[in-house]
Design a protein around this ligand. Structure first.
Ligand code: ZN
Length: 472
């Protein structure tokens, strides 16, 4: 009889979050995320799921937030026999539905495309999607939504409470209380992804004050962000310059959170007359759907958002100059438009989606600006632009980069190490026995290990994938 912790993803890397807690043999999974990265390698890792552990032996899942690398394999878990409850905030449930459905559709499209390619080359083809939309619907049937600060028993010996994580809409820190048959009672904190103070729309992260163990994310364990205030002014500057030059401002952004933040800032800047009124196009069907979900979850907004908008029955994500394009024709029409405008489109790393067409049409014109506001993984078109490459390949053709490329890194949704250590300062370090570091590249993990120890943590260790750690 014992309490253990084991990770099957986000151990020594960033994506694929899956942390298994076991109390007297009862299994609860915290997050069931997909691995991302190079296609074939990620696909193989995703199929391993929980390695040898059968999906139907999991009693319940606790979901911290709706990013794909935290919720993306729930439908696969369900397909493989998991029939228990999935606990999440209601905003997380709604966004997760969108994210998982999107993945099912992309996988179905990929399967079709790859099958055609193989047939053309006379090759054997047996790749199957991890799951389809029916698996997503089945997973949705297993959700139990619970608000912040409402504790609930998820199974025998396991109680949870969600606290604000300040990362994306609906995101939660988890305070998990575990009791075994020997009378041990311990509290484990999970950060999921730890957000930041002062992010727009959502509230600041709360603190996990009284816990015995902490599973801590480390994405920016070796980096500091620039100030958000300067970033908003730089955003305003880019809009003003675009208006003066008569060009287009193209902003690649992921559909969930970053797009809504940009719309929110542009709304505030417009109201304050700090930018001229230009048409703002959100050109991504998924971003349009995600924005609708943001709109119906005012319970997740911070005071500033409620004061600025909700009180006056105004919608922070809808204003006169904002337009959503859904159809491909609407999207194409933007290419021939001559007036200055702002186009926000996905995907955020410029590797797929409508953003590629906008870049192809606009990158050769000096009057235009491409504004990079998110993390660009190595090898992606977004990274090449951010590195200042002058010749880039888009949709099979080469283009000379004439547009101005600007980058703002302050919109990150993850705490940097300074913010993480300041946040940890609110935890009772006398009581905290150990920190388990997850969700980071090797250098970030090493750096955060040192920094947490220097800040007074008694023990801090880098979690190894598959290894079982005894908590009691
Ligand atoms: Zn996240």
């Amino acid at each position: 009889m014992s309490i253990t912790l084991q990770s099957f993803g986000a151990a020594g890397e960033v994506t694929g979050s899956k942390h298994l807690v076991e109390v007297d043999g009862v299994r609860v999974l915290v997050d069931c995320g997909a691995f991302q990265g190079r296609r074939a390698a990620a696909d193989a890792k995703n199929r391993e799921l929980l390695e040898g552990i059968p999906a139907d032996s999991i009693e319940a899942v606790v979901l911290t937030h709706a990013h794909y690398d935290h919720c993306g394999l729930l439908p696969l878990l369900v397909k493989r026999g998991f029939s228990g409850n999935i606990f999440a905030t209601s905003a997380t449930r709604d966004l997760a539905n969108l994210v998982m459905m999107d993945s099912a559709h992309i996988q179905a499209r990929d399967a079709e495309y790859l099958a055609k390619q193989a047939a053309r080359k006379n090759e054997k083809f047996d790749w199957k999607p991890l799951y389809d939309d029916f698996d997503v619907i089945q997973a949705m049937n297993q959700f139990i939504t619970i608000n912040y600060h409402r504790s609930i028993s998820v199974t025998k010996g396991v109680d949870i409470e969600f606290l604000d994580a300040g990362h994306i809409l609906g995101s939660a820190l988890v305070r998990m209380t575990l009791s075994d048959s020997k009378g041990h009672r311990i509290v484990v904190g999970f950060t999921g992804d730890l957000g930041r103070n002062g992010k727009p729309i959502i509230r600041d992260p709360e603190f996990l004050t009284d816990i015995d163990y902490l599973v801590l994310e480390s994405t920016y364990g070796d980096r500091l962000h620039e100030e958000t205030e300067d970033a908003v002014e730089r955003l305003a500057g880019a809009v003003r310059r675009t208006a003066e030059a008569g060009g287009k401002l193209i902003i690649p952004a992921f559909a969930v959170e970053r797009t809504q933040e940009l719309v929110f800032y542009l709304h505030l800047l417009g109201d304050a007359k700090r930018i001229p009124i230009l048409p703002i196009w959100v050109d991504s069907p998924m971003a349009t759907d995600a924005t609708a979900i943001f709109r119906i979850h005012p319970e997740c907004y911070d005071k500033e958002t409620n004061d600025a908008f909700t009180k006056h029955s105004e919608n922070p994500f809808g204003f006169a100059s904002l337009r959503f394009s859904r159809t491909v024709d609407e999207s194409k029409a933007l290419n021939s438009a001559r007036e200055p405008m702002i186009i926000i489109s996905a995907d955020g790393m410029c590797e797929a989606g409508r953003i590629q067409h906008h870049l192809a049409h606009n990158i050769g014109n000096k009057a235009n600006t491409v504004l990079i506001v998110g993390y660009m993984a190595e090898g992606t078109l977004g990274r090449k632009l951010s590195e200042g490459q002058k010749e880039v390949r888009i949709l099979g053709d080469f283009y000379h980069v004439e547009a101005k490329i600007e980058e703002i890194d302050a919109f990150s949704a993850h705490a940097d190490y300074g913010e993480t250590i300041a946040w940890l300062g609110h935890t009772d370090l006398q009581r905290l026995k150990k920190i388990f570091l997850v969700h980071g590249e090797a250098s970030a993990l090493e750096s955060l290990k040192e920094k947490t120890l220097a800040a007074g943590a008694r023990e801090s260790l880098i979690v190894q994938k598959g290894e079982s750690y005894k908590l009691a």
